[in-house]
Design a binder for this molecule. Structure first.
Ligand code: GLN
Length: 449
């Protein structure tokens, strides 16, 4: 009944959080399986907990659209490993969450099936690209959801909607069954409203998967990392992110730093100069990867078929009609950056910058246990404000993409509000840990709670 209640809330959702809702029978089948396993004496940490998953995660027998007309009508023939793992832990999936098309964007406005509204102010975006997964938790439809983060797509929407959003160390969670955007950056992560709930999800989804060669062997015990003291924790505030923030974001950061000091942490600024090149490097690395990954949607093997007589015309029409503007823009930029004559100037140079950024973080972690920055320089922006200005949209990723390039774990924590036009808008502050120290972030937030 608990899962069916969540399904009813999903049906009634007015924020455009979901692309599809599972049928009552599909929800029942999952619930029955859980009852059977509980009766057999299994321990299920998420027994009967309803969740939604982003629509780029495959779940057998359900539509997976990635917010694209290209995949309209596609039904998943298998289930993503992370999704299988939450189901194994007892969760019941009730819906597939809205997103920017193929996870490209920062506002959940570029999907083919409509935009998601921010539950705090419906004239504003919920952030993106996992805006549907974020809004579903923020509105109380479900307590937990899964999104994916390539350059900020879990953290930024978490910040914009006032919930926790966790991007694990690259490789911590299997990408098998997550439709690829940029394979060297993509990582699945949870949304939740408490450190405890985050730990349950992270413990469920982490670990090695023989089907993803980049997935890591050992997985930490997240639940066990809750509740420890953080006295003596060395916190570095990234000084590159200290300009250009709204007054509310500055105040939220200061408030968080004061709270950490009260708990016995030491706080000082640290400069990571290469971060100023992160947005440029990110878009010159993610678009080439995306252009390669999206080559499979030719209307022949994958994607909506358009029969136009000869093969070439059929393919180009399928791609012309199936992809939206932002996806086409990325394919063009990515193909250009990889092409002979430009490769050295763009892709290869961006890869060198990526290495320097990772080195900068490593140097900082020689001095600090965690680093801290805002999740975004501003709270949720208006719908329609940036969607026709790609450069402004890309610039909105300034606080999240460097961490993705370095493969580090980061958590956006709800950190107060800023009142804009009479509406209270949530703010997020981002905590960053060294690679493989994901659980440290949960220790810190559980101390802050
Ligand atoms: N905004 C970034 C982009 O459009 C991040 C996307 C993501 O994390 N999926 O590439």
């Amino acid at each position: 009944r608990f899962a069916q209640d969540a399904r009813a809330r999903a049906e009634a959702d007015s924020f455009g959080s979901l692309i599809s809702v599972l049928s009552a029978e599909q929800v029942d089948a999952q619930a029955t399986d859980i009852s059977r396993r509980l009766a057999a004496g299994e321990t299920l940490p998420l027994a009967g907990v309803p969740i939604v998953i982003k629509d780029n995660l495959n779940l057998i027998g359900t539509a997976t659209t990635c917010g694209s007309r290209m995949l309209a009508g596609y039904v998943s023939p298998y289930t993503a490993t992370a999704v299988q793992k939450v189901q194994r832990a007892g969760a019941v999936i009730v819906g597939k969450a809205n997103m920017d098309e193929f996870a490209m964007g920062s506002s959940t406005e570029t999907g083919a099936f409509g935009a998601t509204q921010n539950p705090w102010d419906t004239s504003r975006v919920p952030g993106g690209t996992s805006g549907g997964s974020a809004a579903a938790v923020a509105s109380g439809m479900v307590a937990l959801s899964l999104g994916s983060d390539t350059g900020g797509s879990v953290r930024q929407p978490a910040g914009f909607t006032g919930v926790y959003g966790f991007k694990p160390t690259y490789g911590r969670v299997s990408r098998y069954g997550l439709v690829a955007h940029a394979s060297s950056l993509d990582q699945i992560g949870p949304f939740a409203t408490s450190a405890q709930d985050l730990a349950l999800m992270l413990d469920a989804i982490s670990g090695h998967d023989p089907r993803d060669a980049t997935s890591l062997e050992a997985a930490p015990n997240f639940a066990a990392s809750l509740g420890a003291e953080i006295k003596g924790l060395r916190v570095g505030v990234i000084s590159e992110s200290l300009g250009g923030n709204t007054a509310g974001v500055e105040a939220a950061l200061k408030h968080m730093l004061d709270a950490l000091k009260d708990l016995g942490a030491t706080v000082s600024d640290i400069s990571l100069p290469t971060l100023q090149h992160a947005v440029a490097a990110y878009y010159l690395i993610s678009t080439p990867e995306a252009s390669s990954n999206l080559a499979r949607y030719d209307g022949m093997v994958y994607g909506t078929r358009v029969d136009a007589g000869d093969v070439n015309t059929s393919m180009s029409r399928a791609r012309g009609q199936g992809f939206g503007r932002e996806v086409k823009r990325r394919i063009l930029i990515g193909t250009y950056a990889l092409s002979s004559g430009y490769y050295d100037a763009y892709y290869s140079k961006a890869m060198k910058v990526r290495r320097l950024i990772a080195d900068d973080f490593n140097r900082a972690f020689g001095q600090f246990d965690i680093l801290i920055t805002p999740t975004s320089p501003f709270p949720a922006f208006k719908r329609g404000e940036k969607v026709s200005d790609p450069v402004a949209m890309y610039a909105a990723d300034v606080d999240t993409v460097a961490i993705s390039l370095a493969g580090l774990p980061a958590l956006s924590v709800p950190a107060g509000f800023e009142t804009v036009d009479g509406k209270r808008l949530p703010l997020g502050i981002q905590l960053i840990a060294p690679a493989l120290s994901d659980e440290k972030l949960l220790t810190v937030v559980s101390a802050l709670e």
